[in-house]
Design a protein around this ligand. Structure first.
Ligand SMILES: [Zn+2]
Length: 402
């Protein structure tokens, strides 16, 4: 027993050292073995042995030599970005989108296929078609498959617990795909993965913490806590779209009244703008309310329509109310907003910041930074890749505060 434990501890130390060395190479872009030893605090012998193993696995490669410093020219190491990819796939409205993503989060060879029908059979058929095609295109090795899906995703067992709009219940996708491809397969909720992408490949976070809110047809958030994606005890972390911000407000799909989604989602904003037209209180007055879409609301805002400005400011306030609770509870300083609603820009941001200042302790409000994320286009695919890189190689951004 003691022998087994010793062996387990030795293996654990080895894994830890491998991850530490690989992460340091990844963060340093290019680095020598001597510098690796200095930065990791490991002995040169340990570094050499770990690097040897990583070279053998083709995860890192040697490139030329470093600057002359009066002695031998050191060989530099870097991650083998050109030969290793993650196969990332996401379910996007009525399509399945897949891509090969580099170890630096670069999305390559993106393809998409229409999802013919709802239900697990149609999903699996379309999913495997996308993966098959990408496998054919992958020149080097594929480190694993990362799947991003809406709904409640059991990230531990790799099962879609429920995705109501797609008719999925308890679908064991990891098991199915692992058996077919013989590769590691990971699943995650798409809003959670967008947060992981920003954390891993984006500007990251001041500390190891981040909240990324996606605002579109629905509203949800992904939370990174101490450098790890936090899924919640039953995988439902970040469901701020269904936090009530208007008691007795409009009825929500979930059955409650006044959820954030009923007043701050894209459809809610369009609904409110149509209401303004009926009251003739906007420059859009005279336009057929049915013709009004989100883009026309944004144009009216940009043109300085006071009623629409007022509407956006109200949306910002409702969002601030939901976020204030999260800030008070967690004191996470970096919050990013993405998705169509975030394109309302500075007016929305000012209202959110103003709202937060009035709703949390001054010391917390002062250090909280809410930002708009310019382009969330590939975020979900990159997040799915980040999930695989983290699980397989330990490549997550470490806290800037150390
Ligand atoms: Zn709701």
């Amino acid at each position: 027993m003691e022998h087994l434990l010793t062996k387990a501890t030795r293996q654990h130390t080895k894994d830890h050292n491998t991850r530490l060395v690989l992460r340091t190479i990844y963060e340093g872009e290019t680095i020598s073995r001597a510098e690796l030893a200095r930065r990791t605090g490991l002995t040169r012998t340990t570094v050499s042995s770990v690097v040897g193993e990583l070279l053998e696995r083709h995860v890192v490669e040697e490139i030329g030599t470093g600057h002359f410093s009066g002695g031998r020219l050191p060989i530099l190491l870097r991650v083998a970005d050109d030969t290793n990819h993650v196969l990332a796939v996401t379910l996007e409205d009525t399509r399945i989108v897949g891509a090969l993503v580099s170890m630096r989060g670069l999305v390559q060879q993106q393809i998409s296929l229409p999802l013919g029908a709802v239900g697990s059979e149609a999903l699996v058929a379309c999913l495997t078609q996308v993966i098959d095609r990408l496998m054919d295109q992958a020149g080097g090795s594929v480190l694993g498959v990362g799947l991003s899906l809406p709904g409640v995703i059991d990230t531990i067992d790799g099962v879609v617990r429920s995705a109501v709009n797609y008719g999925l219940i308890d679908l064991p996708l990891r098991q199915l795909l692992q058996a077919r491809y013989g590769l590691p397969v990971y699943l995650g909720n798409l809003v959670h993965l967008a947060a992981l992408a920003e954390y891993t490949f984006g500007k990251g976070a001041v500390s190891g913490n981040l909240i990324a809110v996606s605002m579109g047809v629905g509203i949800g958030a992904g939370i990174v806590l101490q450098g790890r994606l936090f899924a919640g005890d039953s995988f439902g972390a970040g469901e701020i779209g269904h936090v009530v911000v208007v008691p007795d407000g409009p009825i929500c799909n979930c059955g409650h009244r006044g959820c954030l989604e009923t007043v701050a989602s894209m459809p809610a904003i369009v609904r409110a703008a149509r209401e303004l037209i009926r009251h003739n209180s906007t420059s859009l007055a005279g336009v057929d309310p049915d013709e009004v879409d989100f883009a026309s609301v944004r144009r009216a805002l940009e043109a300085g329509d006071p009623a629409v400005q007022q509407l956006v400011s109200q949306v910002g306030n409702y969002l601030a109310l939901a976020l204030a609770n999260a800030i008070g509870l967690l004191n996470i300083e970096r919050i990013v907003l993405s998705g169509p609603v975030a394109t309302l820009g500075q007016s929305l941001l000012d209202a959110v910041n103003g709202g937060i200042s009035g709703m949390v302790l001054a010391s917390l409000a002062k250090t909280t930074r809410v930002e708009l994320l310019a382009d969330g286009g590939d975020a979900v695919l990159r997040g799915a890749a980040a999930m695989v890189l983290d699980a397989e190689l330990g490549l997550v951004r470490v806290s800037a505060r150390g």
